[in-house]
Design a protein. Structure first.
Length: 588
């Protein structure tokens, strides 16, 4: 019996999986590409179909389909396993009760069918409206835009005929009940329908724009209600198509509406996303942080949301995002500017300002002097600075404020120490702090390897007391794995601390992941040896790099004896690393 991971690998080719994310070129028996994990002009990222593995000679990223999806999609192991299992058509009952899973799939199916129905009705005035706004037929088709006719039960009747139930239509947010009645009718009528998807491209809801004049009690835009699939505080319109653009350009553009978003993508601004009927929330920002540390928020000059969005700016800063604001000319929005000339919109983006600088300029434009200026800075600018995660960035903006207001840095710094971050004021929600510094590739390998070994050790410990379907670990006790890891990590205290934390604080989650990964495996003993060798090699490579840097410094300082001593250590380490690599090759 194969493990879950092995069954997925049997179903999915690494070339097909990685090729759906990046452009692969044939290179002999292998494939190559420009690495998606660091910027490069020439391909150094190689994929081996025979080994089901990838390796980058530029940043040393390596692994299989699971590690690639984890890194590219910014998912944990379970998230990557779910995604790939879905691609492979393998059901993971371990994650979810079959009944609940079936219900979610049915809701996805009914939303997909509704989208097709709405697409068949997009013609005449609704289609002409979209074309006049500047959209091409290609992008209308690509984004699956449709039209809900001005009929009470168009979608409901058609979907009931396709064997969906009334309750499923209600649960999907497509139908709603009459007051004091069991009868139901279409929620969306006489509206252009924009399907909203999750980050994987599954349709989870709709945003419908009314055709013709707005009527009392009928909003211009109507979004799906909260459903098991649709949560407006988490979903962002266009994220499934913007992920690659965000990585390509290095930042995300946030606009306010569907038309703005679509015109951005049509004009090549493929890193644009939009919120769905709500301001930016902590959940939105956490998702954005998976793809980039840089965020640009675009407003039109008439937008009432600029001032109301100050708290969202602070939330963005607090999770480690570098936030810029771009204000468009009065009377313009992204869609109208792009329709006139995309270059004008591009210029507006180039003229964007960091949110702290923007807030400061708003105050300076009022012509305030002396004490009044100081009070305004304390009230409107310093709370934003206090929300910034990085102390270096905070110091930069203290200096900037001082230079522009002629208030001394000492006084600004003193007031800043008394200022609460904006997101902590007035009972605002507390944001979990995210580390700003990215881990090195070596640390990523170390922590992932340590996590796998911790999971195996915990699984072995549990198996001594409870019979399970997991591999037989009788030859490898939990204590022996732990002792070997601790021996290897003597020279890496920060990783050793993480290993101890995993063992003591996260046993259930790790055992769950490990059981899923190795269920039915007959080669776990070999896997343990492979992981231990990988761990030791990575630690030694880190020490080797440190010695090389020290040797360079010693040579530049004329300390020849010290440089020779370090060279000798490097040579010894090189032999050890080669020996470990040889052992690891013999395991294959």
């Amino acid at each position: 019996m194969s493990s879950t991971a092995e069954r997925i690998k049997e179903k999915l080719s690494i070339v097909d999986v990685l090729g759906s994310y990046i452009k692969l070129e044939k290179s002999g028996a292998n494939f190559k590409a420009r690495c998606p994990f660091h910027n490069e002009k020439t391909p150094s990222f190689h994929v081996s179909p025979s080994r089901n593995a990838y390796y980058c000679f530029g940043c040393q990223a390596s692994g299989d389909i699971f590690s690639f999806v984890q890194e590219f999609e910014k998912l944990d192991f379970v998230g990557a396993l779910k995604l790939l299992a879905d691609k492979a058509g393998i059901t993971l009952d371990d994650f979810q009760n079959g009944k609940d899973k079936g219900k979610e799939n049915r809701l996805r199916d009914v939303l997909k069918e509704a989208t097709k129905l709405y697409q068949t009705k997009l013609s005449g005035d609704p289609l002409n409206y979209l074309l006049k706004r500047g959209l091409t037929k290609e992008i209308i088709h690509d984004w699956q835009i449709g039209f809900a006719p001005d009929e009470w039960r168009f979608a409901q009747d058609n979907l009931l005929n396709k064997k969906f139930s009334t309750q499923e239509l209600l649960d999907a947010g497509l139908s709603k009940k009459k007051e004091n009645s069991t009868d139901s009718y279409d929620r969306f009528r006489n509206r252009i329908m924009f399907p909203i998807t999750d980050s994987q491209g599954y349709i989870v809801g709709f945003s419908g724009r009314i055709m013709g004049p707005e009527q009392e009690g009928s909003p211009k835009y109507l979004n799906s209600p909260e459903t098991p699939l649709f949560n407006k505080s988490e979903v962002m319109y266009g994220i499934h198509k913007a992920k690659e653009g965000i990585r390509k350009w290095g930042y995300a553009i946030v606009v306010e509406g569907q038309m703005d978003l679509l015109m951005c993508h049509q004009a090549g601004f493929s890193n644009a996303i939009a919120t769905s009927g709500t301001s930016l929330t902590k959940d939105h920002l956490t998702k954005i942080k998976r793809y980039t540390d840089k965020l640009m928020i675009v407003y039109d000059a008439d937008s009432a949301g600029v001032r109301a969005s100050v708290r969202a700016w602070a939330l963005s800063l607090s999770v480690g995002l570098d936030v810029k604001i771009s204000i468009l000319p009065k009377g313009e929005d992204p869609a109208s500017m792009i329709l006139k000339d995309p270059e004008i919109f591009k210029t507006a983006l180039k003229n964007s300002k960091h949110v702290v600088e923007f807030a400061l300029e708003q105050i300076l434009s009022k012509g305030l002097k002396d004490r009044e200026l100081g009070k305004a800075v304390n009230a409107e600018v310093l709370p934003l600075v206090a929300s910034i995660e990085s102390s270096i960035d905070r110091a930069h903006f203290v200096k900037l404020i001082s230079n522009k207001t002629f208030i001394s840095e000492e006084n600004i710094q003193e007031d800043l120490t008394k200022t609460k971050p904006l997101e902590l004021q007035q009972d605002a929600p507390i944001v979990e702090k995210q580390p700003l510094t990215e881990m090195s590739q070596e640390d990523k390998v170390l922590f992932e390897t340590v996590k796998r070994l911790a999971g195996i050790a915990l699984m072995a410990r549990e198996q001594l007391n409870t019979p399970t379907e997991t591999p037989n670990l009788s030859q490898t006790s939990a204590s022996s794995v732990i002792q070997e890891v601790q021996r290897i990590l003597q020279n890496a205290p920060h990783v050793s601390k993480e290993f101890e934390r995993l063992i003591s604080e996260a046993p259930n989650k790790l055992i769950f992941e490990t059981e899923l990964l190795y269920k039915g495996s007959t080669t776990i003993e070999k896997e343990i040896q492979y992981l231990l060798l990988t761990l030791e090699e990575t630690i030694l490579k880190t020490i080797f790099s440190n010695y090389m840097r020290e040797m360079q410094v010693a040579e530049n300082s004329g300390e020849k004896p010290k440089a020779l001593e370090l060279l000798k250590k490097c040579q010894e380490l090189s032999h050890q690393i080669s020996a470990i690599q040889h052992k690891r090759m013999n395991l294959n």
